[in-house]
Design a protein around this ligand. Structure first.
Ligand SMILES: *Cc1c(COP(=O)(O)O)cnc(C)c1O
Length: 230
Protein backbone atom coordinates (compact mmCIF):
# COMPACT_ATOMS: atom_id res chain seq x y z
CA UNK A 1 0.00 0.00 0.00
CA UNK A 2 3.04 2.23 0.34
CA UNK A 3 3.10 1.81 -3.41
CA UNK A 4 0.02 3.98 -3.84
CA UNK A 5 1.84 7.00 -2.46
CA UNK A 6 4.89 6.33 -4.64
CA UNK A 7 2.70 5.80 -7.69
CA UNK A 8 0.82 9.04 -7.05
CA UNK A 9 4.12 10.90 -6.86
CA UNK A 10 5.25 9.33 -10.13
CA UNK A 11 1.97 10.29 -11.84
CA UNK A 12 2.19 13.86 -10.54
CA UNK A 13 5.66 14.04 -12.03
CA UNK A 14 4.43 12.69 -15.38
CA UNK A 15 1.65 15.30 -15.35
CA UNK A 16 4.11 18.09 -14.49
CA UNK A 17 6.51 17.06 -17.25
CA UNK A 18 3.71 16.76 -19.79
CA UNK A 19 2.43 20.22 -18.84
CA UNK A 20 5.93 21.64 -19.21
CA UNK A 21 6.35 19.96 -22.61
CA UNK A 22 3.01 21.42 -23.70
CA UNK A 23 3.84 24.88 -22.36
CA UNK A 24 1.00 24.66 -19.86
CA UNK A 25 0.94 25.58 -16.17
CA UNK A 26 1.78 22.62 -13.90
CA UNK A 27 -1.59 22.93 -12.16
CA UNK A 28 -3.59 23.06 -15.41
CA UNK A 29 -4.47 19.39 -15.14
CA UNK A 30 -6.49 17.75 -12.37
CA UNK A 31 -5.77 14.14 -11.48
CA UNK A 32 -8.74 11.82 -11.13
CA UNK A 33 -7.72 8.57 -9.43
CA UNK A 34 -9.79 5.73 -10.85
CA UNK A 35 -10.37 3.33 -7.98
CA UNK A 36 -12.74 0.84 -9.66
CA UNK A 37 -12.25 -2.74 -8.40
CA UNK A 38 -9.97 -1.54 -5.57
CA UNK A 39 -11.21 -1.46 -1.96
CA UNK A 40 -12.18 1.60 0.07
CA UNK A 41 -8.97 1.09 2.01
CA UNK A 42 -6.91 1.81 -1.12
CA UNK A 43 -8.89 5.02 -1.65
CA UNK A 44 -8.22 6.02 1.96
CA UNK A 45 -4.50 5.41 1.40
CA UNK A 46 -4.51 7.60 -1.69
CA UNK A 47 -6.33 10.30 0.26
CA UNK A 48 -3.69 10.16 2.98
CA UNK A 49 -1.15 10.82 0.21
CA UNK A 50 -3.11 13.94 -0.78
CA UNK A 51 -5.49 12.69 -3.50
CA UNK A 52 -8.99 14.24 -3.47
CA UNK A 53 -10.77 13.21 -6.70
CA UNK A 54 -11.78 9.59 -7.28
CA UNK A 55 -13.50 7.95 -10.23
CA UNK A 56 -15.71 4.86 -10.25
CA UNK A 57 -17.16 2.92 -13.19
CA UNK A 58 -19.52 0.57 -11.46
CA UNK A 59 -22.19 2.58 -9.73
CA UNK A 60 -23.15 0.18 -6.97
CA UNK A 61 -19.50 -0.47 -6.12
CA UNK A 62 -18.83 3.27 -6.11
CA UNK A 63 -21.73 4.02 -3.79
CA UNK A 64 -20.48 1.44 -1.30
CA UNK A 65 -17.08 3.17 -1.17
CA UNK A 66 -18.64 6.63 -0.99
CA UNK A 67 -20.67 5.50 2.03
CA UNK A 68 -17.73 3.74 3.68
CA UNK A 69 -15.57 6.87 3.30
CA UNK A 70 -18.22 9.52 4.00
CA UNK A 71 -16.03 10.90 6.80
CA UNK A 72 -13.35 11.97 4.29
CA UNK A 73 -13.62 15.15 2.18
CA UNK A 74 -13.44 13.36 -1.19
CA UNK A 75 -14.88 14.31 -4.57
CA UNK A 76 -16.49 11.38 -6.39
CA UNK A 77 -16.80 11.09 -10.17
CA UNK A 78 -18.98 8.57 -11.98
CA UNK A 79 -17.16 7.63 -15.20
CA UNK A 80 -18.97 4.45 -16.23
CA UNK A 81 -22.04 3.58 -18.26
CA UNK A 82 -25.33 4.60 -16.62
CA UNK A 83 -28.51 2.62 -17.00
CA UNK A 84 -31.82 4.34 -16.26
CA UNK A 85 -32.37 2.32 -13.11
CA UNK A 86 -29.05 3.56 -11.66
CA UNK A 87 -29.54 7.31 -12.15
CA UNK A 88 -30.93 7.84 -8.66
CA UNK A 89 -27.81 6.35 -7.06
CA UNK A 90 -25.63 8.63 -9.18
CA UNK A 91 -27.74 11.73 -8.46
CA UNK A 92 -27.81 11.08 -4.71
CA UNK A 93 -24.18 10.09 -4.13
CA UNK A 94 -21.75 11.40 -6.74
CA UNK A 95 -20.38 14.93 -7.22
CA UNK A 96 -19.56 14.57 -10.92
CA UNK A 97 -20.66 12.40 -13.79
CA UNK A 98 -18.50 12.19 -16.94
CA UNK A 99 -20.54 9.64 -18.84
CA UNK A 100 -23.78 11.35 -19.83
CA UNK A 101 -24.56 10.50 -23.45
CA UNK A 102 -28.36 10.58 -23.63
CA UNK A 103 -31.00 13.17 -22.83
CA UNK A 104 -33.11 10.64 -20.95
CA UNK A 105 -30.28 9.97 -18.50
CA UNK A 106 -29.64 13.69 -18.05
CA UNK A 107 -33.33 14.33 -17.37
CA UNK A 108 -33.50 11.60 -14.75
CA UNK A 109 -30.31 12.85 -13.06
CA UNK A 110 -31.77 16.38 -13.01
CA UNK A 111 -35.06 15.21 -11.49
CA UNK A 112 -33.38 13.00 -8.92
CA UNK A 113 -30.59 15.34 -7.78
CA UNK A 114 -31.35 16.38 -4.19
CA UNK A 115 -31.40 20.21 -4.05
CA UNK A 116 -29.39 20.17 -0.83
CA UNK A 117 -26.38 18.69 -2.63
CA UNK A 118 -26.13 21.50 -5.18
CA UNK A 119 -25.79 20.83 -8.88
CA UNK A 120 -24.30 17.61 -10.22
CA UNK A 121 -21.25 18.45 -12.35
CA UNK A 122 -21.69 16.94 -15.81
CA UNK A 123 -19.50 16.05 -18.76
CA UNK A 124 -20.94 14.72 -21.99
CA UNK A 125 -19.26 11.52 -23.10
CA UNK A 126 -18.35 11.71 -26.78
CA UNK A 127 -17.53 8.74 -28.99
CA UNK A 128 -14.77 10.65 -30.72
CA UNK A 129 -13.33 7.85 -32.83
CA UNK A 130 -16.47 5.80 -33.52
CA UNK A 131 -15.05 3.11 -31.24
CA UNK A 132 -16.90 -0.18 -30.90
CA UNK A 133 -17.86 0.34 -27.24
CA UNK A 134 -20.77 2.42 -28.55
CA UNK A 135 -20.73 4.54 -25.38
CA UNK A 136 -20.78 8.25 -26.00
CA UNK A 137 -22.71 10.57 -28.27
CA UNK A 138 -21.41 11.03 -31.83
CA UNK A 139 -19.45 14.31 -32.01
CA UNK A 140 -21.98 15.90 -34.37
CA UNK A 141 -24.75 15.40 -31.78
CA UNK A 142 -22.84 16.80 -28.79
CA UNK A 143 -23.97 20.42 -29.25
CA UNK A 144 -27.64 19.47 -29.27
CA UNK A 145 -27.25 17.39 -26.09
CA UNK A 146 -25.29 20.24 -24.49
CA UNK A 147 -28.13 22.65 -25.31
CA UNK A 148 -30.65 20.33 -23.68
CA UNK A 149 -28.52 19.70 -20.59
CA UNK A 150 -27.96 23.42 -20.12
CA UNK A 151 -31.72 23.89 -19.61
CA UNK A 152 -31.99 21.26 -16.86
CA UNK A 153 -32.02 22.32 -13.20
CA UNK A 154 -29.77 20.41 -10.84
CA UNK A 155 -27.07 19.87 -13.45
CA UNK A 156 -24.07 22.02 -14.30
CA UNK A 157 -22.47 21.27 -17.66
CA UNK A 158 -18.66 21.37 -17.29
CA UNK A 159 -17.29 19.81 -20.46
CA UNK A 160 -16.75 16.63 -22.40
CA UNK A 161 -15.13 13.26 -21.81
CA UNK A 162 -13.90 10.67 -24.25
CA UNK A 163 -12.31 7.24 -24.16
CA UNK A 164 -10.74 6.60 -27.55
CA UNK A 165 -9.50 3.17 -28.53
CA UNK A 166 -5.93 2.55 -27.33
CA UNK A 167 -3.51 4.13 -29.81
CA UNK A 168 -0.26 2.48 -30.96
CA UNK A 169 1.91 5.57 -30.45
CA UNK A 170 2.03 9.14 -29.17
CA UNK A 171 1.24 10.75 -32.53
CA UNK A 172 -1.93 8.78 -33.12
CA UNK A 173 -3.07 9.24 -29.51
CA UNK A 174 -2.48 12.97 -29.91
CA UNK A 175 -4.40 13.11 -33.19
CA UNK A 176 -7.50 11.50 -31.73
CA UNK A 177 -7.37 13.62 -28.55
CA UNK A 178 -7.10 16.72 -30.72
CA UNK A 179 -10.47 15.83 -32.23
CA UNK A 180 -11.93 16.03 -28.70
CA UNK A 181 -10.20 19.36 -28.18
CA UNK A 182 -11.67 20.70 -31.43
CA UNK A 183 -15.17 19.71 -30.33
CA UNK A 184 -14.61 21.22 -26.87
CA UNK A 185 -13.41 24.50 -28.41
CA UNK A 186 -16.32 24.54 -30.83
CA UNK A 187 -18.83 24.12 -27.98
CA UNK A 188 -17.17 26.97 -26.11
CA UNK A 189 -17.32 29.11 -29.25
CA UNK A 190 -21.07 28.37 -29.35
CA UNK A 191 -21.40 29.95 -25.92
CA UNK A 192 -21.22 26.99 -23.53
CA UNK A 193 -19.29 27.93 -20.40
CA UNK A 194 -17.04 24.87 -20.15
CA UNK A 195 -13.82 24.27 -18.21
CA UNK A 196 -13.33 20.50 -18.31
CA UNK A 197 -11.83 18.31 -21.00
CA UNK A 198 -11.70 14.83 -19.42
CA UNK A 199 -9.11 13.00 -21.53
CA UNK A 200 -6.26 10.61 -20.94
CA UNK A 201 -5.61 7.49 -18.86
CA UNK A 202 -2.52 5.68 -17.52
CA UNK A 203 -1.18 4.86 -20.99
CA UNK A 204 -1.84 8.09 -22.88
CA UNK A 205 -1.92 10.94 -20.39
CA UNK A 206 1.05 12.73 -22.02
CA UNK A 207 -0.71 12.86 -25.40
CA UNK A 208 -3.95 13.94 -23.71
CA UNK A 209 -2.19 16.78 -21.87
CA UNK A 210 -0.46 17.85 -25.06
CA UNK A 211 -3.92 18.02 -26.65
CA UNK A 212 -5.31 20.18 -23.84
CA UNK A 213 -6.81 17.76 -21.32
CA UNK A 214 -7.77 19.43 -18.05
CA UNK A 215 -8.52 16.18 -16.20
CA UNK A 216 -6.74 12.85 -16.61
CA UNK A 217 -8.34 9.66 -15.30
CA UNK A 218 -5.66 7.32 -14.02
CA UNK A 219 -6.32 3.89 -12.54
CA UNK A 220 -3.76 1.14 -12.98
CA UNK A 221 -0.72 3.43 -12.74
CA UNK A 222 -1.87 4.38 -9.23
CA UNK A 223 -3.59 1.32 -7.81
CA UNK A 224 -1.97 -1.47 -9.85
CA UNK A 225 -3.21 -3.93 -12.43
CA UNK A 226 -6.88 -4.79 -12.24
CA UNK A 227 -7.94 -8.41 -12.37
CA UNK A 228 -10.41 -9.58 -15.06
CA UNK A 229 -13.51 -7.52 -15.85
CA UNK A 230 -12.33 -3.91 -15.87
C1 LIG B 1 -10.72 2.30 -16.03
C2 LIG B 1 -10.90 3.67 -16.60
C3 LIG B 1 -9.87 4.61 -16.55
C4 LIG B 1 -8.50 4.32 -16.00
O1 LIG B 1 -7.83 3.46 -16.85
P1 LIG B 1 -6.29 3.05 -16.53
O2 LIG B 1 -5.82 2.53 -17.84
O3 LIG B 1 -6.34 2.04 -15.47
O4 LIG B 1 -5.58 4.28 -16.12
C5 LIG B 1 -10.12 5.87 -17.05
N1 LIG B 1 -11.32 6.21 -17.56
C6 LIG B 1 -12.34 5.34 -17.62
C7 LIG B 1 -13.65 5.77 -18.18
C8 LIG B 1 -12.16 4.04 -17.15
O5 LIG B 1 -13.17 3.17 -17.24
Amino acid sequence: MLEIKTNLQAISLRIEKACAAAGRAPNAVRLLAVSKTFPAQAVAQAHTAGQIDFGENYIQEGVEKIQALAHLPLVWHCIGPIQSNKTRLVAEHFDWVHSVDRLKIAQRLAEQRPAALGPLQVCIQVNVDGGPTKAGVPPEQAAELARQIATLPGLRLRGIMSIPEPAPDFASALAVHQRSLALYESLKAQGFDLDTLSLGMSADLEAAIQAGSTMVRVGSAIFGTRSAQA
